[in-house]
Design a protein around this ligand. Structure first.
Ligand SMILES: *Cc1c(COP(=O)(O)O)cnc(C)c1O
Length: 416
């Protein structure tokens, strides 16, 4: 079962103060998650989590993670800028981008961020536009398919990211020639995995690669970045990842492969987004319409602009009716108001018989939720609200207003 992190009474207080729809975040859960991650990797003295900013780019959230000892993983100019303004600097910033504009490499260099090169061709490009830093990382793509046991988790061969093994070795040699002193290896081979074996298997592959690369190039390997990809279970039933088990699995691979090869000081980094935040966000929305045709439609005041995953990937997000957690059910589609038929949060979903005015929460929207939002149909982005550890509630982003939408237009004076 999925239970919301907020009680009905408390949520009623919040919706009385802040109009729906909005994303609500749970500070307590976020802090506990960060602590569990650090505990799971405490065997590795240099461990660091670089939170993937794109998952939840809100300063209030990033501040909480900073207090918990996390750095940030950025992939764009504005993500770098936000991180800088929040006091992340130098080694606290990982810059894992691809197809990177020159000015972003330059800004990352100015900030002293650790640059993670996506392409072999980036070696020459970085040298030309920003110079080669002392610490540098390269992103690996093994090609083929990534399997865990008998199941295919993803297709690295079809992914635009990373470089081949030969390219990575050549890149390390050239970067060393050009003055780089410390090196890292990075890979992200599968997304939203719900398996305690993903990181350990990825780690095993990267550790074996690392031993080979160090033997071949003689570089000083500083870190291995396991990146993101550890997921959450969006379904109400089934297993969740156990980060303690995952940490131990990585440790076993480390002690079996890296330590005997004399690489027992290599730091482990992660760039988790979804695992850190997804469960600690809810999209809060109200039923505004009910329509009966060939199906039953519950119209809500949120739409795909507030949460794209169901429309884009057909992703399941669990829904709880806060006003009627139990009771007789009906089969309904929960839909937004966009003029697009994919604007559905749930299709043929058994839900308690809902009425206009009911408050629904859509679960697990804390990562890749608000941040994937857009403005189709001139819909405005919602607010974001933080439930603080002490029970206080604070708006951490206001909802957009029409003037925000018009602000970038020329030849159109909204004030007239
Ligand atoms: C998206 C991304 C992440 C985070 O992925 P999650 O699935 O949210 O953990 C980490 N690193 C890079 C380079 C990414 O692109």
């Amino acid at each position: 079962m999925k239970t919301p992190f907020i009680s009905r009474e408390k949520l009623d207080e919040i919706t009385a103060q802040f109009p729906t729809p909005f994303h609500l975040y749970d500070e307590k859960g976020i802090r506990e998650r960060a602590r569990a991650l650090h505990e799971a990797f405490s065997w590795n003295p240099g461990f660091k989590e670089y939170f993937a900013v794109k998952a939840t780019p809100n300063p209030a959230i990033l501040k909480i993670l900073k207090e918990e000892g996390c750095g940030v993983d950025c992939a764009s100019y504005v993500e770098l800028l936000m991180s800088q303004k929040l006091g992340f600097a130098g080694q606290d910033i990982m810059f894992s981008s691809n197809n990177t504009p020159a000015e972003e490499f330059q800004f990352a260099r100015d900030l002293g961020a650790t640059i993670n090169l996506d392409a072999y061709e980036d070696v020459a490009f970085l040298k030309e536009v920003a110079g080669i830093p002392k610490v540098i990382s390269c992103r690996y793509n093994p090609g083929g398919v990534f399997e865990l046991g008998t199941s295919i988790m993803d297709n690295p061969e079809e992914a635009k990211f990373g470089m081949t093994k030969d390219q990575l070795i050549q890149a390390f040699k050239e970067l060393k020639e050009l003055g780089a002193e410390k090196f890292g290896i990075h890979a992200l081979l599968a997304s939203n995995t719900v398996s305690n074996n993903y990181y350990p298997e990825l780690a095993r592959q990267l550790f074996e690669l690392a031993v080979e690369v160090v033997a071949e190039t003689g570089v000083e390997l500083d870190f291995i970045n396991l990146s993101g990809g550890v997921g959450i279970n969006y379904q109400p039933e089934g297993e969740e990842n156990d980060i303690a088990v995952i940490g131990q699995g990585v440790r076993q691979a480390y002690e079996a492969i890296l330590t005997p090869a004399g690489l027992g000081k290599v730091k482990i980094y992660t760039e988790l987004g979804r695992f850190m935040l997804a469960p600690y966000g809810l999209l809060v929305t109200k039923v505004t319409h009910k329509k009966q045709t060939y199906r039953t439609y519950l119209g809500v005041d949120a739409s795909a602009v507030n949460l794209l995953r169901p429309a884009m990937y057909g992703s399941y997000h669990h829904i709880t009716n806060m006003d009627r957690p139990e009771g007789e059910t009906e089969i309904a589609d929960v839909v937004g108001s966009l003029c697009e038929n994919n604007d559905k949060f749930a299709i043929n979903r058994p839900l308690p018989i809902s009425e206009i005015g009911d408050t629904l929460v859509i679960h697990d929207t804390g990562a890749h939720g608000f941040s994937m939002g857009y403005q189709y149909n001139a819909k405005l982005r919602s607010s974001e609200i933080l439930l603080e550890e002490d029970g206080n509630v604070r708006m951490i982003r206001r909802a957009e207003r029409p003037e925000d939408y018009f602000a970038t237009l020329y030849g159109f004076d909204f004030e007239k």
